[in-house]
Design a protein around this ligand. Structure first.
Ligand SMILES: [Mg+2]
Length: 89
């Protein structure tokens, strides 16, 4: 398994975790964008924590947040590909 394969495996596991946590989700694209933006905000917060408080322990959290962003993006792509999204707002 390459490093990239390991990353994709982490993203896939996070996708499964999000499904288990939230159940089936069908949203409009603006709502999906808000969910993705919320996750991106958590990445920004984690990156600032690393910048201002050092790397110890915080890099793992930053990586987790990045995996969550990627998993949400994959989820949106799945919805676009399947057509299972709400038109409008
Ligand atoms: Mg997050």
């Amino acid at each position: 398994m390459t490093h990239r394969d390991a990353i994709y495996a982490d993203i896939s596991a996070e996708r499964d975790s999000q499904d288990a946590k939230w159940g089936p989700q069908t949203h409009s694209l603006p709502v999906w964008n808000a969910i993705l933006a919320e996750e991106c905000g958590e990445v920004a917060e984690a990156a600032l924590t690393v910048a201002f408080h050092g790397e110890e322990g915080h890099l793992d959290h930053l990586r987790e947040e990045l995996i969550q962003v990627a998993a949400v993006a994959v989820h949106i792509i799945e919805k676009l590909d399947s057509g299972d999204w709400v038109r409008g707002v």
